[in-house]
Write a protein that binds this ligand. Structure first.
Ligand code: M6R
Length: 613
């Protein structure tokens, strides 16, 4: 949830650190700070508020150090304040630390340190880290180049919870140490300089070569070298991963906001995600995925597990897999799945979807499924992310970096990938006719152009947004796939416009929610399944007769009736229609948020990547 940046090289570190933090600000934005190694010791400059406030701090321009660590915070322990901001120092100002994650046993460690004479200036869990490192440093009698590393390692062995940690120290003025467990951290390799970041896009303009750390792996960096160690400080040999994202993919390219840019990138994201999975006249193909007929025929059930928008993509995947492959699929919220006792055995395939690949609950759910013998498949947008390293198999969406907190292009890319996956299973199983498969493939290939047409609804949508942006409650309705789209549309609206909103399966309305419908309320419905048009229209009439204003997103010709606004989108196979019908709803949330003057990309209380429980 927090963002970490580090630099070690020959240039002045502070401008590089602040520029990196600005790119990472979507991960946390209630306070920020940097620490550099200066001639006279460690400097720390930090404050509550946005990263740009750092430019106003007294003395920030005078920092000369070429080694530094930096942090943008999303508060977990202790309110946003200067004292609680990172970096944190130990009592003797010898070690500076930034941390992403939660040290769950910090109270025990704090009591231990208090008993040993340490004092604390903040309410954070993080402050135990530099002090525990100091404690172990002073207990070590060997004074060699690895003394700080040994102290960090011993401290890490004591931590319970999740952490990505960067350490600098006045005792090793030419080095930096980083380590991670269940929290993201990458190392970018440059020429006589190295970069650290919570994610790849933030340092993509400096390098395309990355080292990806696994849990409990340590890196000891100088400007020219990187040494890797395991938890017992045995040396490790790690390979560089080259990332082919271009740098414009990680900037706004003339758009007002990342979210708008990402909405408009969807035709490209879908094209890239379809990639080479649908070769002409050949079965669907996924590199590195080789599930055979015997395995697939023995599958008794599948789970799709994810959080938030990724879970909504999973709901659409369930319909596709059940319809085309005839295998029962349960979709679960990762934070629920991990704490119940899901029925899993070696004949269960568990699919985990995560844009970032770093969502703590999804990773925990994956680990649980593996421990119960399931075969695991990850769907992620980030190469080498934690989830991809845990799963038996990984397939990637190729949406490019998604920076806005509200997910758009990652969602539609996940939906398309799940549909292709369903076809891949169906071809192996022979569960549907070749004709149906060919039709579906054609429809998939036509999607990017259809999304472009759906984007043309933006003028109508903008007008509608102006009419309703001051509303307090908005309802979404749909049946079948359209219910899933309603759920996702409602989540988008809540996230970035702060309007209370609920999505209901249209048929459920009469079982309670209709009591909430009163004169003037806005009800938005999605209708793309021709079999369900009349059913949903009846539900819409029920809300109209109770005074609701109605908007319908549809690809069907509706009988003329008293609906206030109808937005037409291109038609496609019903299983694929969420990819198109969500576009006007994404635009609607965006324009409502703009009308309200809100920060679209960084909505309050939210962070892009939820790396803590
Ligand atoms: O990175 P992930 O896909 O695992 O993230 C899951 C959710 O946190 C995410 O989809 C969240 O709901 C978005 N902010 C929705 O726009």
């Amino acid at each position: 949830m927090c963002g970490i940046i580090g630099y070690i090289g020959t240039k002045k570190a502070s401008p590089i650190l602040i520029a990196g933090l600005l790119r990472l600000e979507y991960r946390g934005y209630d306070s920020a700070g940097i620490s550099t190694v200066e001639k006279n010791g460690l400097s720390v400059m930090k404050d509550k508020g946005r990263v740009k406030n750092l430019y106003n701090l007294d003395g920030i321009d005078n920092l000369e150090g070429t080694i530094g660590i930096a942090h943008t915070r999303w508060a977990t322990h202790g309110k946003p304040s200067k004292e609680n901001s990172h970096p944190h120092l130990d009592n003797s100002n010898s070690f500076a630390v930034v941390h992403n994650g939660i040290i769950e046993n910090y109270n025990d460690l704090k009591n231990f340190l208090l008993d040993n004479g340490y004092t604390f200036r903040s309410q954070t869990d993080t402050e135990v880290i530099p002090n525990l490192i100091h404690y172990y440093y002073t207990k070590d009698e060997i004074d060699d180049n690895y003394r700080v590393l040994r102290a960090v390692q011993k401290a890490c062995k004591d931590f319970k919870g999740s952490f990505a940690i960067q350490v600098i120290s006045k005792f090793m003025p030419n080095n930096m140490i980083v380590v991670r467990k269940d929290s993201p951290l990458v190392i970018g390799k440059g020429d006589k300089e190295n970069y650290i970041s919570s994610d790849i896009p933030a340092i993509l303009s400096f390098t395309k070569d990355f080292y990806l750390l696994n849990d409990y792996e340590f890196a000891l960096l100088s400007k020219d070298t990187i040494e890797f160690f395991d938890i017992n400080l045995n040396k490790l040999d790690k390979k560089v991963t080259s990332i082919d994202w271009n740098t414009t993919a990680a900037d706004k390219s003339g758009y007002d906001d990342y979210m708008l840019k990402e909405i408009y990138e969807q035709p490209t994201a879908i094209r890239e995600t379809i990639g080479s999975h649908l070769p002409e006249n050949e079965p669907c193909h996924f590199e590195n995925l080789n599930l055979d007929k015997k395995f697939l025929s023995n599958i008794n059930k599948m789970y799709i597990v994810a959080c938030g928008t990724a879970m909504h993509a999973g709901l659409t995947g369930k319909l596709a897999i059940e319809h085309i492959c005839n295998i029962p699929v349960t979709v679960d919220i990762a934070s629920e799945f991990r704490y119940r006792n899901p029925i899993i055995d070696k004949n269960t395939l568990c699919i985990f979807i995560s844009q970032s690949g770093e969502t703590a609950d999804t990773i925990a759910a994956l680990k649980l499924s593996k421990s119960k013998g399931a075969t695991t498949l990850a769907i992620s947008n980030v190469i080498g992310s934690s989830i991809t390293r845990e799963a038996d198999y990984t397939i990637y969406t190729h949406a490019g970096p998604e920076i806005a907190v509200a997910s758009t292009k990652a969602y539609t890319s996940q939906v398309i990938l799940l549909n292709i996956l369903a076809l891949y299973f169906a071809e192996i199983l022979g569960s549907v006719s070749q004709e149906e498969i060919s039709k579906m493939k054609k429809e998939i290939l036509a999607l990017p152009n259809k999304i472009e047409k759906a984007l043309n609804t933006s003028t109508e949508i903008k007008k509608f947004a102006k009419k309703i942006y001051q509303e307090k409650d908005i309802f979404f309705l749909g049946r079948g796939v359209d219910y899933n789209t309603a759920l996702e549309g409602s989540l988008k609206l809540k996230e970035i416009s702060y309007i209370h909103s609920e999505a209901y399966a249209a048929g459920e309305l009469k079982h309670g929610p209709i009591a909430l419908i009163e004169n003037g309320i806005t009800v938005i419905s999605v209708i793309t399944d021709e079999k369900l048009v009349e059913k949903t229209l009846s539900n819409i009439q029920e809300v109209i007769s109770r005074g609701a204003k109605t908007l319908v997103i549809t690809n069907q010709t509706l009988p003329s009736n008293n609906i206030d606004e109808v937005i037409m989108v291109p038609n496609t196979n019903v299983l694929l229609s969420p990819i198109i019908s969500i576009i006007p709803l994404q635009l609607l949330s965006y324009y409502i948020s703009k009308e309200k003057g809100l920060d679209v990309d960084k909505p309050r209380n939210l962070a892009k990547s939820v790396t803590v429980e």
